[in-house]
Design a protein around this ligand. Structure first.
Ligand code: PEP
Ligand code: MN
Length: 373
């Protein structure tokens, strides 16, 4: 059961304490308090966990501070919409608001391979007004002989350069819980020059111990990538592990499905699921066109496949785009062939803007259909 409080209710007020005491007065019931600070208002929710099926909703509804009480269904307890009873409130991190209504592009290096390329990347982003990027320091590779990332060694300069060029969030994959601690320490050492969104890669989508570890910390948001060879429901259940640990700053990322039915793309593009994930969950949805397409193939109309599939995700409401760029793809130590070039950045950003506007126009027409002639 979830008790949604009226906007701007103080989480530590006596009334909230009385509500929590009442909830915990029922046998085998514990509570989790979640406060979501939005741009204009804050939303507080109290999650009742445990044996809640027999608890009536009415005593809670009588509190003046309660907006509504939502009974949760078994599926996707923490991330689910529960029949539309819950708003997708999203979260704010390091001054950036991320929700099912916002839109951000995260262009960046698949893998950090040296200071020079990180600097060229962040500098170009600043020139185009972008404050969000990606940079891999820990790379899960198919072969143990392939480059595994520069790991903790690169973090000091990555964070310092991010601060220098106004990058507020870097999406960075971790493959072990110790990496989260290394990132937190390096961020603190940099004077919190930037922020990090912890990325769970598709290969770790069902690494439940890792998911519990990233869910147990509530400081850094988590970008959860869909498992490449499991159903959407299995991926959403795995994502629940992060949320059930207490971390509600989660983004769900579509990155294509592993099957040769998607050939010649690296993965079968699954951006048709953008709207589905938004309907089933309260999570903002990211698309990763680079790892879906996996090449720089160009369509006969002159647009790269990466541009086309990005447009497909964005026109149906994707909230984030994680996309590989590299100043010198021929030097890249990971995924160079799928990287976009720096001189393609302005066109890519313009293309996403055009398509995002088309999505917003579609929304306006749903809200107020044009009068019939
Ligand atoms: C990545 O984003 O660098 C990556 C490895 O992606 P995925 O986990 O989707 O393969
Ligand atoms: Mn990659």
């Amino acid at each position: 059961m979830i008790i949604v409080l009226k906007a701007d209710t103080e989480a530590d007020s006596p009334e909230v304490r009385r509500l929590i005491e009442m909830a915990e007065g029922y046998p085998d019931v514990r509570t989790q308090l979640h406060r979501i600070q939005g741009a204009t208002r804050s939303v507080t929710e109290i999650y009742l966990l445990g044996h809640t099926g027999v608890i009536p909703t009415e005593p809670f509804e009588e509190f003046a501070i309660v907006e509504k009480v939502v009974r949760i269904t078994e599926k996707f307890r923490s991330i689910g919409r529960h029949g539309g009873g819950l708003d997708a409130v999203g979260f704010e991190y390091n001054g950036v608001r991320i929700s099912q209504d916002t839109f951000h592009v995260f262009p960046g290096l698949c893998a950090v391979d040296g200071q020079k390329n990180v600097e060229s990347m962040f500098k170009a982003l600043q020139e185009h007004g972008i404050e969000t990027s990606r940079a891999g320091a820990y790379k899960p590779r198919t072969s143990p002989y392939d480059f595994q990332g520069l790991e903790a060694e690169c973090l000091p300069y990555v964070f310092e350069l991010a601060g220098k060029y106004g990058i507020k969030i870097i999406s960075m994959e971790v493959t072990h819980e110790s990496h989260v601690e290394q990132i937190q320490k390096a961020l603190a050492d940099s004077g919190n020059a930037t922020g990090v969104m912890i990325q769970i890669g598709t290969r770790n989508a069902q690494n439940f111990e890792l998911l519990k570890a990233v869910g147990a910390q509530t400081e850094l948001p988590v970008l959860f990538k869909r498992g490449m060879g499991i159903t959407l429901e299995e991926s959403l259940n795995a994502c629940e592990y992060v949320a059930s640990g207490g971390n509600r700053k989660i983004v769900f990322c579509l990155r294509g499905m592993k099957t040769n039915l998607g050939d010649p793309h690296r993965n079968f593009v699954d951006f048709g699921h953008v709207a589905t994930v938004k309907r089933l969950t309260r999570l903002p949805v990211c698309i990763d066109p680079s790892h879906s397409v996996g090449s720089r193939a160009v369509a006969p109309d002159g647009l790269l496949d990466v541009f086309h599939v990005t447009a497909q995700g964005v026109v149906s409401g994707a909230n984030l785009v994680l996309v590989d760029f590299h100043p010198h793809p021929e030097e890249a130590l990971c995924d160079g062939p799928q990287a976009l070039l720096m001189d393609e950045l302005p066109r890519f950003l313009e293309d996403t803007r055009i398509v995002r506007e088309a999505y917003q126009e579609r929304l306006r027409r749903v809200a107020a259909p044009p009068a019939a002639s």
